[in-house]
Design a protein. Structure first.
Ligand SMILES: C[S@@+](CC[C@H](N)C(=O)[O-])C[C@H]1O[C@@H](n2cnc3c(N)ncnc32)[C@H](O)[C@@H]1O
Length: 271
């Protein structure tokens, strides 16, 4: 951690900033690809200005660095070459105006108030305004397990889990369900959630492709680690004619699925 460039930039910042020791490797993991490039970086939560200097040092002089805070005092950092916007991250109107003025963004770091409302509204308002290849990184997401940040059933991590479900709803079989196509992928590390944007990949229609290769009619053994299902297969092999009778085929498939669904003793993996 101490040899990493984010940490060095943190230590070299002339103004106060407080970070947790686990954050520096994570920042470098998520943000290194944006260094020394013409990017627009937005940090929500300015406080004493220390992190603005840290990010300028880390990303390099080509980066446009924008700070957002509710505290109007943060405006003073404009003298140092940062763009500062005053407003609340839980205010949808603020974000509409902000996006109109700023345009598309490459990387966002949410280090604001950490309430679920603030984190969720910020993510929702910014997701469609991130450049392809961009990222929204929400930090201090441990607040989802703490009191004083909002109703736990609607915590930021619960929202993230819902988005994971909705990303999977892009699969072709689930086309009747609402799906998520703004976020390509979600990555979680301790106290942080990263939403990565890849528009082309996110809007791809899920289709089944055959590569045209030779089919050697190999049997799929997926259920055969289950003795009960193995029995059904053996039974079906004995009465091969059954698979040509749709009702019997459906009954056998139903029995296989029922046995597969009920067999896995999962409790010990869900503690
Ligand atoms: C944890 S501090 C930011 C620390 C800074 N990023 C650093 O690393 O040094 C949180 C900041 O978020 C600001 N804040 C809290 N609620 C906010 C809101 N609703 N909208 C915008 N900023 C908010 C606070 O005023 C405070 O300055």
């Amino acid at each position: 951690m101490k040899s990493n460039d984010v940490y060095k930039s943190f230590i070299e910042s002339p103004y106060k900033s407080i970070k947790y020791s686990t954050y520096f490797d994570s920042y470098d993991h998520f943000f290194s690809r944006y260094r020394n490039q013409n990017i627009t970086f937005v940090e929500i939560g300015v406080l004493s200005g220390g992190s603005l200097f840290m990010w300028r040092n880390y990303f390099g002089p080509k980066a446009r660095i924008i700070g957002i805070d509710l505290n109007p005092n943060a405006k003073k950092w404009e003298e140092h070459g940062f763009e500062i916007y005053i407003g609340s991250q839980s205010d949808i109107k603020f974000w509409e105006e902000f996006i109109k003025e700023v345009g598309l963004i490459d990387a966002v770091l949410d280090d604001g108030g950490h309430t679920y409302e603030q984190q969720i509204i910020t993510t929702e308002c910014l997701l469609s305004s991130i450049n392809d290849g961009g990222i929204i990184l929400v930090e201090d997401t441990h607040s989802s397990y703490m009191s004083g940040y909002g109703p736990k059933s609607k915590s930021f991590i619960e929202y993230t889990k819902m988005l994971i479900d909705k990303i999977n709803m892009r699969f072709r079989n689930f086309s009747d369900y609402p799906s998520e196509r703004r976020v390509w992928s979600i990555e979680v590390v301790e106290s942080m959630v990263a939403f990565k944007i890849n528009k082309k990949a996110s809007i791809l229609k899920s289709e089944k492709f055959h590569n045209g290769g030779i089919d050697d009619l190999a049997q799929d053994f997926r259920y055969l680690d289950n003795p009960k299902i193995g029995f059904i297969y053996k039974f079906m092999r004995l009465f091969r004619f059954m698979k040509h009778i749709p009702l019997l085929r459906a009954l056998a498939d139903g029995a296989i699925r029922f046995t597969a669904n009920s067999r896995f003793n999962a409790h010990r993996y869900f503690k």
